[in-house]
Ligand binder design. Structure first.
Ligand code: FAD
Ligand code: MLT
Ligand code: ZN
Length: 477
């Protein structure tokens, strides 16, 4: 389908609902912020992976909360689905419309207010469309740091990060996005505005609506502003890349590092196949000049230099095969490139089928072995290859299966069910940090009980009774 399907006409004599909707949207945000031309819509219709492609009836770009409310009132009146979209870096297909051409994409890119950092409380109020990198610069200028960090920092927005409850590389020290959100402003499908931005650390006045919206993936409300906790910027930091004989040895070693390096901020793992891939796509140098089976990238930070502490802890690790320590920004960035380029390298040879999962840490080595074997056993005419890397400190494994790009839907579903079933068998979660989106929607029952899913449906029914917010995402149909 190349054009949006028209909405049904209204009462005889009324202008068609389509024209009414577009007129209301133009009145809400100004004509230049209602994009209907295919070229203007295109970047908003395909997700970062390129796997999820749809058609938007229009892309609207509100600048302030009142405009978001007017957009939602107009879409509610027309029964038009709304897809909230931030930086469009999501990896589960939740940020783009379906192919029906009925949905309006509500882009938060112009919701960019950035209040001064409140140094006394260590908090900041920020528009949902502000990118993580912009917020990081803003916080650092005031001597603070944003507790959550991730590779898509230049494009991912704080609204999207809250809506997905993003994790990233510092969860072992600071927790996920939900833990940083102390207040929220959001617009419901009705156009009603929830505003609770005072940032009171003590505020026991009923339900935690901000927490509820974290991880809601645009299905309950459009987040317009957030009150976020910051942490003091730590001036001294050191990273180390440690080579190991396998994943099991790394998990054991991580226990010692956690105990002996209080400033530990990150513990990220990858394996040789990932290094080979990143090197082949980006030409990165081999970190040790010789191959090793597995790698752990750790970073520690403090008010005093943590290098000696980290070096002493590494010294005590029997199974480390090689170690490279980097204490300046440039060598640290070089080590981080090896880890953070995994996603782009896989996309370059893919697209891969992405399974972002978590399992209890002690069982992680057995899980990754089982997953790699399972995927291999499911190979058909074309071999399937299972890459894995992730946030070891959080038990978060990113399984990426190559070889399914052109496979028929039923073959892909077979692999999805087998892999995610294996996760459930290992006591894990089918989504660690990316969310459910469209990708994992059929499999939510593997991680949530019928009673929990009934609770989800009741919440959805109460807050979005007509179901216009991001239909087809997160909630089982
Ligand atoms: P989008 O992709 O635009 O949207 C994501 C979801 O949130 C959609 O369901 C959308 O409808 C909803 N949404 C967006 N904005 C709002 C809003 N204001 N109100 C309500 N709903 C909204 N994720 C991690 O957790 N950890 C990582 O380490 C990580 N690394 C990444 C690295 C790369 C290279 C890439 C491409 C992605 C990575 N991601 C990671 C995934 C992605 O960056 C996160 O999910 C991020 O939180 C999405 O933010 P966004 O602004 O791009 O949201
Ligand atoms: C990461 O940790 O690099 C991201 O979550 C992206 C990915 O899973 O590819
Ligand atoms: Zn990740």
């Amino acid at each position: 389908m190349s054009h949006p399907a028209p909405l049904p006409a209204g009462r005889t004599g009324d202008p068609p609902l389509e024209a009414t909707l577009l007129a209301a949207l133009r009145a809400a945000v100004g004509p230049s912020n209602v994009l209907t031309e295919p070229d203007a819509r295109r970047g908003h219709e395909t997700d970062w992976t390129g796997v999820y492609r749809g058609i938007a009836r229009a892309v609207v770009r509100p600048r302030v909360t009142a405009e978001v409310a007017a957009v939602l009132r107009a879409c509610s009146a027309a029964g038009a689905p709304v897809v909230p979209q931030g930086g469009n870096t999501g990896l589960v297909g939740g940020s783009v419309p379906d192919p029906s051409g009925r949905a309006v994409v509500l882009s938060t890119g112009r919701l960019r207010t950035l209040d001064p950092v409140d140094r006394a409380s260590g908090q900041v109020t920020v528009g949902a469309g502000v990118s993580l990198a912009t917020l990081q610069d803003h916080a650092r200028a005031a001597g603070f740091e944003v507790p959550v960090d991730l590779g898509a920092r230049d494009s991912a927005t704080v609204g999207g990060m809250a809506a997905t409850n993003a994790g990233g590389i510092h969860v072992l020290r600071h927790g996920t996005m939900r833990r940083q959100v102390v207040g929220v402003e959001a617009v419901l499908a009705s156009g009603d505005v929830w505003s609770h931005l005072a940032g009171l650390e003590k505020d026991n006045t009923g339900y935690d609506l901000a927490g509820l919206l974290c991880g809601s993936e645009g299905t309950l409300a459009v987040i317009t502003r957030l009150r976020l906790r910051l942490v003091p910027a730590l001036p001294r930091r050191v990273a180390a890349l440690l080579a190991w004989p396998g994943v099991g040895a790394m998990v054991d070693g991580l226990a010692s590092l956690r105990a002996e390096v209080p400033g530990l901020e990150a513990a990220e793992y990858f394996v040789r196949a990932g290094v080979d891939l990143v090197r082949s796509v980006f030409g990165e140098p081999d970190p040790f000049g010789r191959p090793h089976p597995a790698y752990l990238l750790v970073e520690a930070a403090g008010t005093t230099d943590p290098t000696a502490e980290l070096a002493a802890a590494v010294e005590g690790l029997d199974e480390v095969l090689d170690a490279a320590v980097a204490d300046g920004p440039t060598p640290r960035a070089r080590l981080w490139r090896l880890r953070e380029l995994h996603t782009e390298a896989l996309a370059a040879v893919g697209p891969p089928r992405k399974y972002d999962v978590s399992v209890p840490l002690p069982g992680l080595p057995a899980f990754v072995d089982a997953a790699v074997d399972l995927v291999r056993s499911l190979s058909g005419a074309r071999p399937l290859v299972c890459h894995h890397f992730g946030h070891l400190g959080d038990g978060n494994v990113h399984l990426n299966v190559l070889g399914l790009a052109d496979a028929p839907g039923e073959d892909v579903a077979l692999v999805d069910g087998a892999v995610l079933g294996l996760v459930a068998d290992h006591g894990g979660s089918i989504s660690a940090e990316h969310g459910i989106g469209r990708l994992k929607r059929p499999w939510l029952h593997l991680s949530r009980t019928p009673a929990e899913l009934a609770g989800f449906a009741a919440l959805k029914g109460a807050l979005d009774p007509a179901g216009i917010l991001n239909p087809g995402v997160l909630l089982p149909g």
